[in-house]
Structures are given as structure tokens and as C-alpha cells.
Write a new protein. Structure first.
Length: 263
């Protein structure tokens, strides 16, 4: 295996204007993103194209989700194009020959927007972050909201509950899983309490998670706050998962000061 090649795509309103190349050195390969093409050059042997793609695309998925959370949905997507393979032991000549797989025929839906965004740099590859199954669950629900398939309060409350259950640990009856969760992933309790209050008690007849006679619709400021908190929480789960696997550095606590003021 010599290299795998991926094409870069983004939402149709995002344009990368002559960005500098991005070089990534990994233990088993070296990646170069340049002119809309990512080339992954192998330094180690892989038994098949499939084996190489499985490893590489797990990392690329992390890059995509990280970019979506940090720079906006549709920032970058990697689409498999081709592989360059060296057969070290061909049957007929005994000499190495280069074989190229057929390019993958793939399509990607894009978001439409009347405002073009010109970017001078590609989203950087993530550090100290990984896409675990829990991150996929949280991002999937948030992406559903961005695509208009879910209401903001219901989506955010679901994600808050997932975080409490998974990172709050097995607690006895009456013990607070939210307090345990904030200690685990280093998020100030005020952040989760405020998120829980907004998503439980606010919203109109079309958006509220549950009906309360005194409920008021979420303001634009509150919606923006919830969105910012959700992105930060999903990213924090990815940071925690990376750290718990032995990588990364100590996590810094996320507090309400990290977000826009609600009033």
C-alpha cells in the first residue's frame, strides 16, 4: 500500500481560497491536505485497502466532527477517491508493480445559503479529541436539529440526559447524577443547571419539551446560548474520551463565563 486519496468537500456556501497545505504526521502514515486533495502516504504495511481505509476514515471522521463543532456544519468532508497499491510479490514477474483501485463514486448533499463564506485556511486536524459512540449519538441529535428535524429544547434535553446518565455513574436512589457528571467531564454545575432549566421550562406550543401553563418562548439570545453550550458539551465529551484513552492533557473546567451572557 502506497497511499490513499480523498477529495475535500464542504457546504456550497463555504469556499476555501488558496489555503496553505496541512501536513499531519502519524505513526503509520503521513497525510498532506493540499489543493482540495488529501493524500495519506503509508509508512506501515496494511493487508488491504479496506484495512487502511478503516483506520484512516476513523481519524477523518474525527476531523469532520471537530470542524463541524468548531467552525460550523459542512466545514469539511473527506470523500474517498482512490488508492495506490504496490504489489510486493506479483505472480508473473516477481517485481513490484503499482495497482490503482477504481475511484469511488460518491455524492454528498450540500447546504444552501445566500451568504458565501470565504476561508483562507482549512479547519485544522483535531488534537486531544475523538469521536466515540457517545459523541456520534450527541452529534447526530444536534445535527438533526441543524437540519430542522428536531426542536432545540427536546434535542438539548436529550443530550443533557445522555451526559448525566453516562458520565454520572451508577448512583444510589436520591443521588444527583448531574453533579457527578460535571465532576467527571469538568463542566461547572451552573452550566448544566441553566441548560436543564431552559430546556425544561421554556418554549412555545411547537417547541417546548413539555407543556407548562407559564412557559415562555425561548428568546434568540437563549437559543444562541443553548446552541453554544451544546457544541461545547459535545466537544468536551470527545476530549474526555480521548483523555480517558491515555492521550491529551488535563481538562480545564467549562464555566458560564465561556458563553454569551443570557441577560
Amino acid at each position: 500500500m502506497e497511499s490513499l486519496v480523498y477529495r475535500v468537500e464542504s457546504a456550497e456556501n463555504i469556499i476555501y481560497d488558496a489555503p496553505p497545505s496541512v501536513q499531519v504526521a502519524k505513526d503509520r502514515r503521513r497525510d498532506c491536505l493540499e489543493n482540495g486533495i488529501l493524500t495519506c502516504r503509508m509508512k506501515a504495511h496494511y493487508g488491504s485497502i479496506s484495512d487502511a481505509r478503516t483506520e484512516i476514515e476513523s481519524y477523518l471522521r474525527t476531523w469532520e466532527v471537530s470542524a463541524n463543532l468548531k467552525h460550523g456544519k459542512g466545514s469539511i468532508t473527506f470523500v474517498y477517491q482512490d488508492a495506490r497499491v504496490i504489489d510486493l510479490a506479483p505472480q508473473e514477474t516477481g517485481r513490484g508493480v503499482v495497482l490503482c483501485s477504481k475511484a469511488a463514486m460518491m455524492t454528498m448533499s450540500t447546504m444552501t445559503s445566500s451568504v458565501q463564506v470565504i476561508r483562507k485556511n482549512y479547519p485544522p486536524p483535531p488534537r486531544d479529541f475523538m469521536v466515540s459512540p457517545d459523541v456520534e449519538t450527541l452529534w447526530g441529535r444536534y445535527e438533526g436539529y441543524l437540519n430542522g428535524k428536531e426542536k432545540l429544547p427536546a434535542m438539548a434535553y436529550f443530550c443533557l440526559t445522555v451526559i448525566e446518565v453516562i458520565y454520572g455513574g451508577q448512583r444510589k436512589k436520591g443521588e444527583n447524577t448531574r453533579k457527578a457528571a460535571v465532576c467527571t467531564i469538568k463542566v461547572n454545575l451552573e452550566v448544566l443547571d441553566t441548560l436543564g432549566k431552559l430546556t425544561s421550562t421554556r418554549g412555545d406550543k411547537t417547541t417546548a419539551r413539555k407543556f407548562l401553563a407559564q412557559s415562555l418562548p425561548l428568546t434568540k439570545t437563549e437559543c444562541a446560548w443553548i446552541e453554544a453550550v451544546m457544541k461545547a458539551l459535545i466537544y468536551r465529551v470527545g476530549e474526555y474520551e480521548y483523555s480517558s484513552c491515555g492521550g491529551g492533557s488535563a481538562l480545564t473546567e467549562i464555566t458560564v463565563a465561556d458563553f454569551p451572557r443570557l441577560q
